[in-house]
Design a protein around this ligand. Structure first.
Ligand code: HEM
Length: 166
């Protein structure tokens, strides 16, 4: 039979192994959007981080960590966090902060301190109407940093009530 090799040849030409899968366009759009895009791109990330950072600076439970920061350092803290969140969610930003363990090392951050900070992030995401699925995705990423940030994982008190010995 002459037909078989011809068909086989055609199949090879028309369906290369990396041919794009055809999916309904609405579905494709939804699944292909990065978390960054679904958070509202840079404007969304920037607004969330600004509000999140202000809450950290002003929360008496943890404000002592940020007390010595002047305006410029606070602005830089916000910018570094924006770039970090942008980069880890698939956005086009460069990480401009230092390694998380190096930065937080020696601060004596407790499990309770971390929970206060995570709680502020959660509250801001809710207030900015970020859907649950996107909140969960962001938290999954942020929680990977927890071991690098928390110095005293077994301490359930806030640092302000259980100051670290240095
Ligand atoms: C929730 C996860 C956290 C993320 C994603 C995060 C992220 C960051 C980033 C990007 C910086 C700037 C690093 C640099 O200057 O290069 C930073 C600095 C800092 N963070 Fe965090 N952080 C987190 C949790 C915490 C917690 C729980 C505390 C304390 C309660 C804290 C206290 C600080 C302080 C005091 C600095 C300034 C350190 C310094 O410049 O010496 N952070 N953090």
């Amino acid at each position: 039979m002459r037909l078989k090799p011809i068909l086989a040849g055609l199949a090879l030409i028309s369906v290369p192994f990396d041919a794009p899968t055809i999916v309904p366009s609405a579905y494709a759009e939804e699944t292909e959007k990065s978390l960054y895009d679904r958070l509202g791109g840079y404007a969304g990330v920037s607004a969330v981080v600004d509000e999140f950072a202000e809450r950290l600076f002003h929360d008496p439970k943890i404000a002592q960590f940020f007390a010595g920061m002047g305006d410029d350092t606070r602005a830089s803290f916000k910018q570094k966090n924006k770039n970090l969140v942008c980069a880890v969610t698939g956005g086009p930003c460069k990480v401009i902060s230092r390694d998380a363990k190096v930065v937080h090392g020696g601060l004596g951050i407790t499990a309770a301190d971390f929970n206060v900070v995570a709680g502020h992030l959660k509250d801001v995401l809710v207030e900015f109407n970020v859907p649950d699925a996107e909140q969960d995705e962001l938290f999954t990423i942020i929680l990977t940093l927890r071991p690098a940030i928390v110095d005293r994982p077994d301490e359930d008190s806030l640092s302000k009530d259980a100051p670290a010995q240095r």
